[in-house]
Ligand binder design. Structure first.
Ligand code: GLC
Length: 808
């Protein structure tokens, strides 16, 4: 198969690369903003999660995928089946050449007719398929409009031959219009209704039943609150609303019967297996190109859906919308950039992980492996830190959204579903505290204490209450959940969802939560001091002191910190355990939260090096559990080496990089960074996308050590960006300034960063120099040496400063 882009019938687009392919299946474009997949069958689907604030779509290199609005689990518009082996499910464009009888699709799936040329370019906010077959070149770009609730398909066809061609193009999708997955199709299809609007050439779909708890009229008694429609720019020569009629009895998506039929008997209404298929005829003169497109509109009423179609179903509007999406991402990510000696790493940090955090985690709340739709109380709060340096107001909004999902007693939902406001009450013990964590980081970045006066209600008390009070109640609730030894209870888990039974009787204790709380108490004491609450600040200071003492008295195992105690008092994460002897977070946070005295910090990080460092990254624990232990939780039920059970859990693996940087273990920083870089992997063993982070990579107790999965939907995306910026390049916001404290990995002789900070822009250039006497860097701002390595504003708003850093 021809895989280079040379034979393209199209002019090259910007962002397309001339770089050689570093892996068999594809490569970054020259500017890094696209990943170009040149082989249609990588080991796993290599997807793009393309979302605007409301509507989103997932699409893999095969062309499979689906569309949702507002909630990727409860409001899924098109049907899709998660089958990561066959990956042939979704919305497709077929082409038929009546002359030769050839049927193909403009992506590999569903026809899987080998193209003469294939290229899939996943970009920020769009995916483009470029294919050629029987002398017809096609370019198909899918994207979500940046504010209209519409998915747009921009198509270009070109006749590369010297004879006239008469093609049939057919768009196809299955309606879901509700909760997904919906495996009982025989049931759910009973409520769907389609219709064909001749004038617009559009298929409309609605669902008279929405499988969510109804507020007013009881179960299964609610209308799905959206109308969806598919229309194209070309006159429709035939339309179909029934899957059976389209595929034929026992027919295949690969080669639907209707494509071979001249006349279609359209079937719309309430008694079909509902799909939308639209066929158009496209005649192309020799060498002619044709621009066309399709719109999948979703709105809360039929007139609104019609109006979206009427505005968007023309190529000019679509081109402008695509331009808008591209500019949107470029502008959004422009203010904060890094430059390191490793280009693939820069592509990841500057563009892909932040796109991943915003598009997949915050807006879409969706991945190819997990369709969540919900807000995790701790998850999306952490993710929202990705906005801090670029649009901090959005982080503030996220903080307030979460504050509004707290109960008056300080407890919070573990997660909740926007749209239906269904929430999950658990006995997790850390969720509520992330409110303080992210608020403190927001204040460090912006200096804006006013956020504390933002008011939101509680779930069970409509009185609008300032954020400082929300945070206060979270702390107070945590204080009451403390063991007689002064350690926090672990309850049904803390950060680690899988430790779901360790402390169900409220006796088991958490050492990690102790670290986390100790760090927070330090930060919040400072917030209190700055807002005139010296009394409470002193109290928090005392609490921290007592907690740190308790942790160091009861939590130290000899060479590292234990992770927790079970309800029966036995230890978890101790050298006395056969499995689960050492846990990563209990070491890294001892360092990050300044709980470990210097000597213990060195020892527990040495233990991380020795027991938890693998070529795939830092392991969450070792050795993996090999038998279910009901008293510990479902973590022990995972296959050994997978996800939290002894895999590299990427989210926590980013914290290990920060901790290594904090103890100035440059070698470990380098090792863990390289280990986590998906672009540096061999796809044959790693499997997953090279351009975004996976949630987990198999650890050494799996026979597939180094195999990655659960891509896109992971909190590591926002964190890797933060850790690289703040700990590796070491540009870290503190209460009154930007601290400069790099820990460059060996082999990185220089790095650069441009970053806004409180109204100014800093251009920071970092050089390694043996002349630097100790670990503290030598820093100058606009040529003036800086004494304490903290750049303190205020400066003139809009001012540009040059910072030169020399470090070890
Ligand atoms: C999942 C959860 C997250 C948790 C992590 C570790 O990613 O969404 O909240 O911290 O697992 O268990």
């Amino acid at each position: 198969m021809e895989t280079s882009s040379k034979r393209s019938g199209h002019p090259p687009e910007t962002g397309q690369s001339a770089e050689p392919a570093p892996c068999r299946y594809g490569h970054f474009s020259a500017d890094g903003t696209e990943f170009c997949i040149t082989e249609p069958s990588p080991p796993r689907p290599w997807a793009n999660i393309i979302a605007g604030p409301r509507l989103g779509l997932a699409v893999s290199q095969s062309g499979s995928g689906f569309t949702w609005i507002d909630n990727s689990q409860l409001a899924v518009i098109t049907r899709w089946q998660q089958d990561l082996i066959r990956d042939t499910s979704g919305k497709f464009l077929y082409v038929r050449d009546p002359e030769s009888g050839t049927v193909w699709s403009l992506s590999p799936a569903p026809a899987w007719t080998p193209h003469d040329r294939y290229l899939c370019r996943h970009g920020l906010g769009y995916t483009t398929f470029e294919t050629e077959l029987v002398g017809i070149a096609a370019r198909w770009t899918l994207f979500a409009h940046s504010f209209e609730t519409a998915e747009l398909w921009r198509v270009e066809l070109a006749n590369l031959t010297d004879r006239p061609r008469h093609l049939e193009i057919c768009a196809f999708l299955e309606w879901n219009c509700g909760v997904a997955p919906a495996p009982r199709r025989e049931f759910t299809k009973l409520f769907l209704e389609t219709s064909f609007d001749e004038g617009r050439g559009a298929v409309f779909a609605r669902n008279h039943m929405w499988e969510v708890p109804s507020q007013r009229h009881g179960h299964w008694n609610t209308e799905f609150p959206y109308i969806s429609a598919l229309a194209g720019t070309e006159p429709v020569s035939a339309a179909q609303g029934d899957k059976g009629a389209f595929l034929g009895r026992y027919g295949y998506l690969r080669s639907p019967q209707a494509l071979r039929e001249e006349d279609w008997v359209p079937a719309f209404g309430r008694h079909q297996d509902p799909i939308a298929a639209l066929r158009s005829l496209v005649a192309l003169k020799p060498g002619e190109r044709r621009d066309l497109g399709y719109v999948l509109a979703v709105a809360s009423s039929r007139p609104e859906a019609e109006s979206v179609l009427d505005r968007m179903t023309n190529v000019e509007a679509m081109d402008a919308a695509l331009q808008d999406v591209r500019t949107g991402w470029k502008t959004r990510l422009a203010a904060h950039r890094v430059e390191t000696p490793e280009p693939s790493f820069d592509h990841l940090i500057n563009d892909w992980v932040r796109y991943q955090a915003i598009s997949s985690r915050l807006w879409g709340r969706c991945g190819y492996y997990q369709q969540s739709g919900a807000y995790g109380f701790r998850d999306q709060l952490q993710d929202s830190q990705v906005w801090l340096t670029i649009e901090p107001a959005r982080c503030r909004d996220q903080i307030n959204l979460h504050a509004a999902h707290q109960f008056a007693d300080g407890s919070v939902y573990h997660w909740w579903h926007p749209l239906t406001e269904q929430g999950n009450v658990t006995r997790m013990t850390d969720d509520l505290l992330w409110l303080a964590f992210v608020t403190a980081n927001y204040i460090k970045e912006t200096g804006d204490l006013e956020i504390l006066e933002d008011t939101t209600p509680f779930l069970d008390d409509s009185t609008r209450t300032p954020l400082r009070e929300h945070v206060q109640r979270a702390f107070e609730r945590s204080f009451t959940r403390t063991s007689p030894r002064g350690l926090p209870y672990i309850g049904a888990g803390d950060w680690n969802d899988g430790l779901s039974a360790v402390g169900l009787e409220e006796r088991g204790e958490s050492v990690w939560l102790g670290h986390f709380l100790a760090g927070l108490l330090k930060d919040w004491a400072e917030v209190l001091r700055r807002t005139g609450r010296a009394d409470l600040a002193a109290e928090y200071g005392e609490r921290r002191k007592a907690l740190v003492e308790a942790i160091n008295r009861h939590g130290w195992d000899g060479e590292w910190y234990i992770r927790a105690t079970l309800d029966d008092g036995s230890l978890l994460g101790s050298a006395t355990n056969r499995v689960g002897r050492i846990f990563l977070n209990a070491q890294t946070w001892a360092v990050l939260a300044d709980v470990a005295p210097r000597e213990r910090a060195a020892r527990c990080m040495a233990a991380v090096r020795e027991h938890l460092t693998s070529a795939a990254g830092a392991l969450l624990l070792a050795p993996a559990f090999d038998q279910p232990v009901p008293e510990i939780g479902y973590i022990t039920r995972y296959a050994p080496g997978l996800r939290e059970n002894g895999g590299v859990y990427t989210h926590a693996a980013t914290w290990a990089i920060a901790a290594a940087a904090k103890v100035k273990d440059h070698e470990l920083v380098g090792r863990l960074l390289t280990a986590i870089n998906p672009a540096a992997k061999d796809p044959e063993s790693y499997w997953a996308e090279p351009y975004v982070l996976p949630g987990n990579v198999d650890g050494p107790d799996s026979p597939h050590h180094g195999r990655a999965g659960w891509t896109w939907y992971t909190g590591s995306a926002a964190w890797l960006h933060r850790v690289v910026a703040e700990w590796v390049l070491g540009v870290r916001p503190e209460w009154d300034g930007l601290r400069i404290d790099p820990s460059l990995p060996p082999g990185w002789e220089h790095a650069r960063m441009v970053r806004p900070y409180r109204g100014c822009t800093y251009e920071i250039s970092i050089e390694r120099s043996d002349a630097v006497p100790g670990e503290a860097s030598l820093v100058s701002v606009d040529g003036e040496p800086l004494k304490d390595n903290v750049i303190a504003p205020p400066c003139k708003p809009g001012a540009h400063h040059r910072v030169n850093v020399r470090c070890r």
